[in-house]
Design a protein around this ligand. Sequence first.
Ligand code: GRF
Length: 209
Amino acid sequence: MYNIGVLVSGSGSNLQAIIDSIQNNEITNGTIKTIVSNKKDVYALERAKKHNIPHTVILRKNYNTTEKFDESILNHMKENKIDFIVMAGFLAIVGQKLINSYKNKIINIHPSLIPSFCGKNYYGLKVHEEVLKRGVKITGATVHFVTEEVDGGPIILQKAIKVKQNDTKESLQERVKVEAEWKLLPKAIKLLTDDMITINDNKTIIKLK
Ligand code: GRF
C-alpha cells in the first residue's frame, strides 16, 4: 500500500474526488497519509477534517526563502513516509529539492490540454479566460508528472471537453472540473499506485491490462 501526500490551496474538489475514489475502492493500493495546504482556512482543510485525514498548513511567508519553504514540505512528506505526492489544485510552485527527492513521484492536475494554456502564468481562472479569448473549441485537463519545467513533465492522462458558445470563464472552470479533472486525477492515481506507469524519453507508457 502506497502512502500519498496531497498538496492543496483551495476548495479541494479534486481532493474530494480522490477521497471518494479510495472510499469506492477504485484506488485500492494507495491511502492519503497527509494533506498539506499552503493557505489557511481553505475548504480543502474542512474536507480533510470531515474525513479524519491528518492535515497541516505550511505557509510560504513563514520562511525566508522558497528553498526553506520547499524543504519544509519535503521534510513533512519524509516524516510521513510519503511515496507519491499529488498536487490537487496546489497554487505554489514547488522547488528543486522536493522535485529531485520525489523524481517521477509527484503528479499535478492542470485545467487545460497541455501544451496549450499552460506554464507559469496560467493558473486558476486565468487559464479559462485565455481559452475563451483565443476562441478554441476544445479544452480539457491534463495530469502530468512534475518536473522543474512548469507544466512540462511527462503527460499521464488527458481529457477533452467542448467549449460552449455561451461559456463564461467560471462556467468553463466548473465544467472542466466536473467533466475532466475529477475523473482524470483519481484514474491517474490508480495507475500510479498500481505500478502501471513507466517513463521513457519524457513520455509515459501506460501498461495495458
Ligand atoms: C483546479 O482547476 C486545478 O486544475 C487547478 O486548481 C483548481 C483547484 O480546484 N490547478 P480544487 O481546489 O480541487 O477545487
